[in-house]
Write a protein that binds this ligand. Structure first.
Ligand SMILES: *Cc1c(COP(=O)(O)O)cnc(C)c1O
Length: 390
């Protein structure tokens, strides 16, 4: 039995006629740029995220970048974000001209450790950009409290958390603004690139609408030097169809995750702790194992595809050498990159496939981890250690 890591064809099979009809609508209307599906999607997605507005963009990276620019964050400013994230989070900060300041992960949840946040703040800090990694909301109360004390903006990187809730509220509505990606394999994915900013800040919405479309409100009158980062109308048409299925797909992911957890629990494999007050949407199902690379090849030989999110942390990426962070600076993140393994996870994944994945892990004799908290404590370092490069 071959088990893919994600299966977008299986999902398309369930919605093919709806998608075809939506795309045909654009074709028939000859409707391509900022068309009616873009406006409708923005309204529907904002309502879904419990914000007053949304602006579609051409990627998650540009959604983050434009949000920073729209808030006037740029050269000389610092933005604090997670060391344990996808590169786009840090790239957006650099692209806006600001400096990323990284904070290590909480060894229990793998999300940004709020206890380290305050030490990363300087007089140049303008915003905190927490990431809801793997679909699990970051500790937004703690992060919000620190941000409030220092007058900082909170911009959510919600690119992995479409539909997730924290204390009953949707991710996307938990800070001043939030960025989503609709990369095809995200929980809500287009058939190409796409993204959105959601916010209830009307001034920000106005500014974003301006700068994502050449700085014009009126055609050929450019009031600021803008960009072309618009969401494609065809993608908006696809996203409108898929948004109607998102809750049902997230529920299916949750069922898959709980079966994994139940079966893996018998093997004593470590997974990130889930916050009881949060509704995780399981963009990824991640385990930690000692002989990760060996296990990954073993599973691969049996036809089971897996992923590593992420194999090299931002501060050790060649492109970010100029930030000046040395190896050893973020011990939790550095440990995770060697031990995390993402198992197949998509809404159409069948129980039998989950059983097969776990059986294969059992066969390998997966290195059994002690509870994360115990193992990580030894190398997590003191909590009051400042989190930025000297
Ligand atoms: C996917 C992702 C992004 C960027 O999304 P793109 O649409 O690929 O630009 C940003 N941050 C995180 C955490 C992501 O997972």
């Amino acid at each position: 039995m071959r088990i893919p890591f994600v299966d977008l064809a299986a999902q398309r099979a369930t919605i093919a006629s709806e998608i075809d009809e939506a795309i045909r609508g654009c074709l028939d209307r000859n409707d391509w740029i900022l068309g009616q599906d873009v406006a409708a999607f923005e309204e529907e997605f904002a309502a879904y995220c419990e914000t007053t507005g949304a602006v579609g963009t051409d990627s998650g990276l540009s959604a983050l970048d434009l949000t920073l620019r729209a808030y006037g964050i740029g050269p000389g400013d610092e933005v604090i974000t997670a060391a344990n994230t996808f590169v786009a989070t840090a790239l957006a900060i650099v692209s806006a001209g600001a400096t990323p300041v990284l904070v290590d992960a909480d060894p229990k949840t793998f999300n940004l450790d709020p206890a380290l946040l305050e030490h990363a703040i300087t007089e140049r800090t303008k915003a905190v950009m927490p990431v809801h990694l793997y679909g699990q909301p970051a500790d937004m109360d703690e992060i919000g409290a620190v941000a409030d004390r220092h007058g900082l903006l909170v911009i959510e990187d919600a690119c992995q958390s479409h539909g997730a809730r924290y204390k009953g509220r949707r991710t996307g509505s938990l800070g001043h603004a939030a960025a989503f990606s609709f990369y095809p394999s995200k929980n809500l994915g287009a058939y190409g690139d796409g993204g959105a900013v959601v916010t209830s800040d009307e001034r920000l919405l106005d500014r974003l609408r301006l700068i994502h479309n050449y700085g014009q409100r009126e055609k050929y009158v450019h009031v600021v030097k803008g960009f072309n980062h618009r969401l494609d109308t065809l993608q908006a048409a696809v996203l409108r169809v898929k948004l109607r299925h998102l809750d049902e797909w997230n529920a299916a992911r949750r069922r898959c995750a709980s079966l994994y957890s139940q079966l893996l629990g018998q093997l004593d494999t470590t997974t990130p702790a889930t916050e009881p007050s949060a509704e995780h949407v399981w963009h990824l199902y991640v385990i930690r194992v000692g002989r990760r690379d060996e296990l990954r090849s073993f599973l691969g030989e049996r036809g089971i595809d897996t992923g590593i999110h992420y194999p090299l942390p931002i501060h050790l990426q060649p492109a970010f050498a100029d930030l000046g962070y040395a190896r050893g600076r973020f011990p939790v993140t550095e440990r995770l990159v060697d031990e995390v393994l993402s198992l197949p996870m998509f809404p159409e994944l069948e129980d039998a496939q989950i059983h097969a994945v776990v059986a294969a892990i059992a066969d390998f004799g997966a290195e059994v981890s002690a509870p994360v908290a115990d193992r990580m404590e030894a190398f997590a370092g003191p909590k009051d250690e400042p989190s930025r490069a000297a």
